[in-house]
Design a protein around this ligand. Structure first.
Ligand code: PMT
Length: 341
């Protein structure tokens, strides 16, 4: 099974790996969505969310995966919608989604607060909501219905890292017509390693040979073409996840230097629900004559008592993250208006 690793540029990647079968129809729908909202001069944000899988076989039985549940992406998408943005929510199939996320965890399953009432004289029982849960459900449901009536949420799904890369490129290219009004919020946890299809076993890997040794290739650094070619004027926010605090700011700065985009949001695996750091270039300008200087802006919310639970009904850090980004995105759009001829 062992084969020497190959280094793929983004170009080589797309020239050698196959697109997902639904790509064309997905892109046609995104194009329509973007055109509608561009006409209405609405800001459009792409939110990527959830983890990616890395299949080990062409007829896939086994795959590698990661921890991301899609909480950051689904929660942020809701706050972008509340702020009046149109949202392209590109998420890992079966990860959390805006609105339904409140009720899809095992700690808060919606079936637990529905009641069955048998009324005298009526043959069909009535279903009602437990009174203590009604107010919260009404808020969520009202917002969900409003968003659907307004047509401001468009959902796309991916599973593998290959699906993700093809979709990301196509969506960014469609969004480039938005110029500075396009916002890119890349919260997905994307695998850094993959097995090219040319090196994959066609059928299920057999266990008869004992141990298994696989050397994976590196997924090309996709932020480079995204910033330089796919969507040149968009406001791009990437994330950096670390488990060692000391690496968070140096790695975020390194990403800004390497890719030249606007913001990296750093988060620690265990503190990510109540602490993040925005790292950006001072004045958001790239000064070619001197080494770039950076600034950090921390956002913290009070630690909830049960912070290990997946859902808490108190303050969510994404509310403050999105508010801060809206301020920066507006400034970015205004700056474009003053510098354009
Ligand atoms: O989903 P949750 O459980 O709520 O968790 C949220 C999160 C911790 C996953 C999220 O907040 C986060 O930090 N996501 C990025 C994780 C990360 O460290 O990504 P990275 O260093 O591999 O990638 C850097 C950035 O480039 C990320 O914005 C990523 O989405 C993007 N990327 C990376 C590789 C690639 N091939 N394509 C990309 O777009």
């Amino acid at each position: 099974m062992y084969t020497e690793p190959t280094t793929f540029s983004a170009e080589e990647y797309f020239a050698t790996q196959l697109p997902p079968p639904t790509l064309q129809q997905d892109v046609a729908r995104v194009k329509e969505f973007v055109e509608t909202h561009a006409k209405e001069a609405r800001g459009v944000v792409l939110v990527t969310s959830g983890g990616t899988t890395v299949p080990l076989e062409l007829n896939v039985v086994r795959f590698l995966d990661n921890f991301s549940a899609g909480t950051r992406g689904a929660t942020s998408a809701e706050y972008f919608l509340k702020a009046g943005y149109a949202v392209i929510f590109m998420h890992r199939q079966f990860s959390l989604q805006p609105f339904s996320r409140h009720y899809s965890h095992s700690t808060n399953p919606f079936l637990d607060f529905l009641e069955i009432e048998e009324r005298e004289g009526e043959t069909t029982p009535t279903i009602s909501v437990t009174p203590t849960k009604r107010e919260h459900l009404l808020d969520v449901l009202s917002m969900y219905k409003k968003v659907h009536r307004a047509g401001t949420l468009h959902t796309l799904t991916f599973v593998t890292v290959n699906d993700y890369l093809w979709l990301l490129r196509a969506v960014c290219q469609e969004m480039s017509v938005l110029g500075r009004k396009g916002l890119f919020y890349l919260a997905a946890a994307v695998s850094d390693f993959f097995l090219p299809r040319q090196k994959m076993s066609e059928h299920k890997i057999q266990s008869g040979k004992g141990s298994l040794r696989i050397e994976m290739d590196q997924v090309p650094k996709i932020l480079k073409p995204l910033v330089d070619e796919w969507t040149k004027e968009g406001f791009i926010v990437s994330f950096k996840l670390e488990t060692d605090d000391k690496l968070l700011i140096p790695k975020a700065r390194q990403a800004l230097e390497r890719y030249g985009h606007q913001v990296v949001i750093g988060n620690d695996l265990h503190r990510r629900k109540f602490e993040v750091v925005f790292v950006s270039r001072k004045n958001n300008s790239i000064d070619g004559t001197s080494s770039p200087s950076f600034e950090e802006h921390w956002i913290r919310i009070a630690l909830p008592e049960d912070h290990h639970g997946p859902v808490h009904e108190g303050k969510e850090i994404e509310e403050d993250i999105v508010a801060e980004l809206l301020r920066r995105h507006t400034a970015w759009i205004e700056k474009g208006n003053t510098t354009s001829p």
